[in-house]
Ligand binder design. Sequence first.
Ligand SMILES: [Zn+2]
Length: 263
Amino acid sequence: MSQSKTKEKRKVRFLRDHPVCCFCGGSKITETWDHVPPKACFPEGHWPETFEFPACFDCNSSTKDADQIFAYHSMLMDYDPRNLSVKDARKLHSGINNNYREALPKLNLSANEARSALRHAGISKPPGMPLKDVPVVLITTAARDSIVTTGRKLGCALYYRETGKIAPGCYGLLISWHQTQNPHMADVTQYLEQALPSFTRATRRTIKEYGNRFCYWSGETEGLFVFATRFGRGLMIWGIVAPKDRLQDYEGWGDVWPIFGSA
Ligand SMILES: [Zn+2]
């Protein structure tokens, strides 16, 4: 059987076995599958297996831009040289440059922007170095939004994967993220590193090694579904999926978002 026929058959079976979109509270039927994390985060053909999730067209298509912008930034933030794929990063850069230029990181910062970028990253200016010479980039609002969108999708997807249930519309998502290089977040990084398992790897023989690019941990405690993910060495996204009123107690930890498609 040809590869495309096998894929088509697998997709039909998938839609039958997962009839409801897992991203928008259980109100819509599955029309397609969505890869979470986005396939673009991995070199072509090397994404982790079994990370396809049932999605309606709206949930899938409304996050396509965010998938590309997120993938590019997760590569930029990864400081593990083994994960560097110049070809893939270039491809994403050129796609974003063509379609959503406002999302590209800002270079040639003004003194105020440089100060702000350093503060966000928790880094001090090296003594004696003029601000204009400090190698720092400012990630844009569009990039931050793409990280949050990916976090919300990860929350719904991992909740579905681990509990077999769809996070209902009355639930909310608390999402937080940081760069592991940020010294102000060192305690959180260390805590999450202890919880996170070794990086998830491909199991199918035909998939080549895709490097230490993604892993996750999740657990359930007192009706709260807690998860943490790591992209390569640089970026951690973590959060809680729970009834909205339960999330109020954790507001200092991150921003609270609705399930997609619900208010
Ligand atoms: Zn949906």
